[in-house]
Design a protein around this ligand. Structure first.
Ligand code: UDP
Ligand code: UDP
Length: 400
């Protein structure tokens, strides 16, 4: 009999998107899927996506629940890790670590070494809420049956192999790399796509730092000026913490009238503050590069399609993710740009790196190979992830 799987995403689009993709994938393999949706959602984007997802997938059951309920059931639990295997492996060790910011490298038994400067600063503060939650979550990992992850063997072999070989100093559940997750059809409009239709092949740099990164006005100005100076075409998607504010008004406030006018006048690119269909944008023939914060979902979406990346890692797991990108030859990462707010990255620096991203022949000729591997991860060639999905469904059929 096919298993009945309940999925419980955490708050935020960066968590919801991979869960929806996993739900669609499991349902397409005849699993019975129930999505538990915590109410109320944090943003309107989440409730909008949930509604359109459930109308497109009527066979997936929706179960709203209030966050206060904590049912303890005798069923098997799995985690969907929404970060890189590399960052996940650090998290698993957190309860047993004393981190010294004065060291250069961190060497955990069996795993590749981590540079201390890539660890998000809040992790060095044991009182930080983010850190205490991560540590308590990390303690719970040993109680789950498996960890499902949107990555693939070739992309992160140096981490996935030791995680599953029992070579680490702590005992971990099985790590199941089943990515890259496939796109599911999302109805609704996206005006940026019609603009892209008019642009030449591989001529546009797509600029987006995730679903809700807020930047200072000064930094936004430097990005805008840098893009204009680079002479490259661009599609720039801006976000702010105020996820649900009227978009037109806020765009003017964020970018400033004079810069916005300059952008409109030069006709070199467009800037929007709306929810765009990122996966369709990354698939579009006009896109030649992706200036990104290296959120893990975005990284996997670029890897799958072989879109070269310029990484600007702003917070959280992003430096660990950028290391994966760099090692795989998927893109550039100016490390000295630092974390968000650490320093003002100037327009000249942005101009230089955007030019390199769009014109460096060596980088551009290497990337399609990464793309090919990404496709093979879960594709018609029977890649490694395909086998792991089969294995996961067999594990899920066992009741305990
Ligand atoms: N995304 C999108 N449209 C937007 C902004 C984001 O489709 O306007 C999607 C993007 O494709 C990715 C997810 O939202 O799947 C963002 O996740 P990621 O891990 O890249 O970044 P986060 O937002 O969690 O920092
Ligand atoms: N966060 C933080 N410092 C970090 C990483 C995350 O303060 O180094 C905060 C982040 O702003 C968010 C929360 O912790 O409010 C959850 O972070 P996570 O990376 O899980 O967010 P995601 O982008 O995946 O939703």
């Amino acid at each position: 009999m096919e298993p009945h799987i309940a999925l419980l995403p955490s708050a935020g689009m960066g968590h919801l998107m991979p869960f929806l993709r996993l739900a669609a994938m499991l349902a397409s393999r005849n699993c019975k899927v129930t999505l538990l949706t915590a109410q109320p959602t944090v943003s309107a984007a989440e409730s909008k996506h949930l509604n359109s997802f459930f109308s497109a997938h009527p066979h997936i059951q929706r179960l709203d629940f209030q966050l206060a309920d904590h049912p303890s059931l005798s069923i098997s639990y799995y985690i969907l890790s929404t970060t890189s295997a590399r960052f996940f492996s650090l998290i698993t060790h957190l309860p047993h670590l004393t981190l010294e910011s004065s060291c250069v490298n961190l060497k955990l038994h069996g795993l590749p070494s981590f540079s201390i400067s890539n660890i998000p600063p809040p992790i060095f503060n044991p009182q930080n809420l983010f850190t205490t939650q991560m540590i308590s979550n990390a303690r719970a990992i040993s109680r789950v049956k498996g960890v499902v992850s949107n990555t693939f063997h070739w992309f992160e072999a140096e981490t996935i192999e030791p995680l599953n070989s029992g070579k680490t100093s702590i005992t971990l559940p099985q790590f199941l790399p089943i990515g890259p997750f496939k796109h599911y059809e999302d109805p609704g409009k996206c005006s940026s796509l019609s603009w892209l239709d008019e642009q030449p092949a591989k001529s546009v740099v797509y600029v987006s730092f995730g679903s809700r990164t807020a930047m200072s006005k000064d930094q936004i100005k430097e990005i805008g000026e840098g893009l204009l100076k680079s002479k490259q075409k661009f599609l720039w998607v801006l976000k702010s913490v105020k996820v649900d504010k009227a978009e037109e008004t806020e765009l003017k406030e964020l970018v400033g009238h004079s810069l916005l006018e300059k952008i409109e006048e030069k006709k070199q690119g467009i800037v929007v503050k709306e929810w765009v269909k990122q996966e369709e944008i990354l698939t579009h023939h006009a896109i030649g590069g992706f200036f990104s914060h290296c959120g893990w979902n975005s990284t996997m979406e670029a890897a799958q399609r072989g879109v070269p990346m310029l990484a600007w890692t702003l917070n959280g797991d992003q430096r660990f993710n950028a290391e994966v990108v760099e090692k795989a030859g998927l893109g550039l990462w100016p490390k000295h740009w630092g974390w968000l707010g650490e320093r003002l990255v100037k327009s000249e620096e942005i101009e230089e790196k955007i030019e390199e991203l769009m014109q460096d022949h060596k980088l551009r000729s290497m990337v399609p190979k990464v793309g090919g591997r990404g496709q093979n991860g879960l594709g018609k060639f029977g890649g490694t992830s395909e086998k792991v999905v089969g294995q996961l469904i067999e594990m899920l059929k066992l009741k305990s």
